[in-house]
Write a protein that binds this ligand. Structure first.
Ligand code: UDP
Length: 251
């Protein structure tokens, strides 16, 4: 069931299970997060897709972290298709689009809220921050690339503790970003933390997002395979997910 009205930002959300992992169905994910942001309620967001579901079948720590998230959004077409076949009314919410929506809306709510971009190759997070600051001049964004030594990472944690950003986007790839957030989210207890994979690469033009036709036809993964053929082994998770979920539906 889709929750049209989530009531208070602290109301518990209904969980739908995809091979044992939770997914929350809302009409307005960014509205929900903005209301939590306004209330200063820390929120750990996971953007679930078929690859992550399959990884978490082998990585119990990743599965545990996903189960502990405050909000799990249906990022992948496979997850949405499975839930629809189970009779749920659910709209896909790609993590990159949720992040974009928050970047447009959060500064209107409170321009003092600092945003932090962490991850990506040196220079990419900074360029992504500059790009967004040009688009939304009210935004304040600090950034840090994702290839740090352990000493530099400690420094980053101190910086986060000091700055207390309210929106923290982490682009370290799955499962690193999910585990890193789960380990460190206590440092900024009022922040929204989201693992956003390759979004900085897309915002800066390092990578290209699949054209709308691929996204609308649940084939974003195929375009990604065409763009990054070396990911083929990792992408085998997609047919494996399809098989497992079909078995589950027919059982
Ligand atoms: N990355 C990083 N540090 C690392 C490993 C990866 O900052 O130690 C970045 C990498 O530069 C890329 C992002 O993490 O920008 C992962 O993007 P990908 O599209 O692979 O994300 P996924 O498909 O795992 O969500």
């Amino acid at each position: 069931m889709t929750e049209k009205n989530f009531g208070s930002p602290l109301s518990p959300l209904t969980e739908n299970l995809v091979l044992g992992l939770p997914v929350h169905c809302l009409d307005d994910y960014s509205g929900y997060l903005l209301s939590r942001l306004e209330a200063g309620v820390g929120t750990y967001v996971v953007t679930l897709n078929a690859e992550m579901v399959m990884q978490s079948q082998k990585n119990s720590l990743l599965a545990k972290m996903i189960c502990q998230a405050d909000l799990v959004i249906p990022d992948g077409a496979g997850v949405v298709l499975y839930l629809r076949l189970k009779g749920k009314s659910i709209q896909r919410c790609p993590g990159i689009e949720l992040a974009e929506s928050l970047l447009w809306q959060a500064p209107k709510q409170n321009p003092d809220n600092l945003v932090f971009f962490y991850g990506g190759s040196p220079g990419v997070a900074m360029k992504a921050a500059e790009t967004w600051q040009e688009k939304v001049p009210l935004l304040s964004i600090a950034s840090q690339h994702g290839y740090l030594s352990s000493a530099e990472e400690k420094e980053l944690l101190q910086t986060l503790a000091q700055l207390q950003p309210r929106l923290i986007f982490v682009a370290l790839g799955v499962p690193r970003q999910e585990l890193w957030i789960a380990e460190n989210k206590h440092i900024c207890p009022q922040a929204i933390w989201i693992g956003i994979g390759g979004s900085f690469d897309i915002w800066t033009g390092v990578k290209e997002r699949a054209p709308a036709w691929f996204c609308n036809n649940s084939l974003e993964w195929l375009y990604r395979l065409y763009q990054e053929p070396w990911r083929w082994r990792r992408m085998l998770a997609v047919p494996k997910f399809a098989w497992k979920t079909l078995m589950d539906i027919n059982s």
